[in-house]
Ligand binder design. Structure first.
Ligand SMILES: N[C@@H](CCC(=O)N[C@@H](CS)C(=O)NCC(=O)O)C(=O)O
Length: 249
């Protein structure tokens, strides 16, 4: 199958789409970010809505992101990441290691969702402005307990990976899991600069991983390009100063 992909995702945000974009960019793959294309090129929100419509051929996706590759229409971020990574040498070789990589990737998805839920604790159908007191409580619990627990976990996973002397989360080489971890760390630095900044001395290996991924030539060039959308207050990682504070000792 020809390596030309179509990514269908909300046009104005990094969101979950960004985990996929980072893999496509590092792979040097040819892809269209369809909803960001103009209508004249069959892009825009209408194209995104179309891919979510029921069809007699296959179960239709519940939500974006969706990857289209030839006849394949694949939803669910973690599944898409795994599919792309295995096609482009960004996943471990052996099946047990591939499963372990997916286990880490699913944990990253949990971490992303919990970060998101700090500003939407009552759900995505209400605006942040309609759930501010609940968000404040949820964010305090996140900062004091969940953030250190997740970051501490991934720091230990790096430390324990003797196969790469702690340079990669799994195996001996760069994988999609490292790229996704980079995105989480970037997102936290944007959303929770105080809380995340106060954790810096506790996560030296994760900080080094973040710096290394940022300097990969293809990633560096992507980050400097217009293809990389800035963080904003519509995506997973939102900066609301009133939710942020340093993490306790
Ligand atoms: N588990 C899914 C979650 C997908 C998801 O929640 N997508 C969001 C955008 S990031 C959405 O548009 N959801 C619409 C909805 O849930 O109704 C994944 O990881 O892809």
């Amino acid at each position: 199958m020809k390596d030309r992909y179509e990514l269908y995702y909300w046009p104005g945000i990094q969101g979950r789409g960004e985990f996929i974009r980072l893999i496509l960019e590092q792979a040097g793959a040819e892809y269209a970010d369809v909803a960001r294309l103009p209508k004249s090129e069959n892009g825009g929100l209408a194209a995104l809505r179309r891919i979510l419509e029921p069809t007699p051929d296959r179960p239709h996706p519940f939500a974006p992101p969706v990857l289209v590759h030839g006849d394949l229409v694949l939803p669910q971020t973690t599944l898409i990441c795994r599919y792309l990574a295995e096609r482009h040498e960004l996943a471990p070789e052996r099946i047990p290691d591939r499963l372990l990589a997916e286990h880490l990737q699913l944990t990253i998805a949990d971490f992303a969702l919990e970060t998101h839920d700090t500003h939407h604790p009552l759900g995505v159908t209400l605006y942040y402005e309609d759930q501010k007191p609940e968000a404040a409580r949820r964010a305090a619990a996140f900062r004091d307990s969940r953030l250190p627990k997740f970051l501490g976990y991934f720091e230990r996973v790096l430390e324990e990976n003797g196969r790469s002397s702690g340079r990669h989360l799994i195996g001996e080489a760069l994988t999609y899991v490292d790229l996704s971890m980079f995105q989480i760390l970037e997102g936290l630095a944007h959303a929770y600069p105080e809380a995340f900044g106060s954790m810096a001395t506790r996560i030296p290996r994760l900080s080094a991983l973040r710096a290394r991924v940022r300097e990969l030539p293809r990633i560096a060039s992507y980050l400097a390009s217009e293809r990389r959308l800035p963080f904003n207050e519509h995506g997973l990682f939102r900066h609301y100063p009133e939710l942020d504070a340093p993490v306790g000792p």
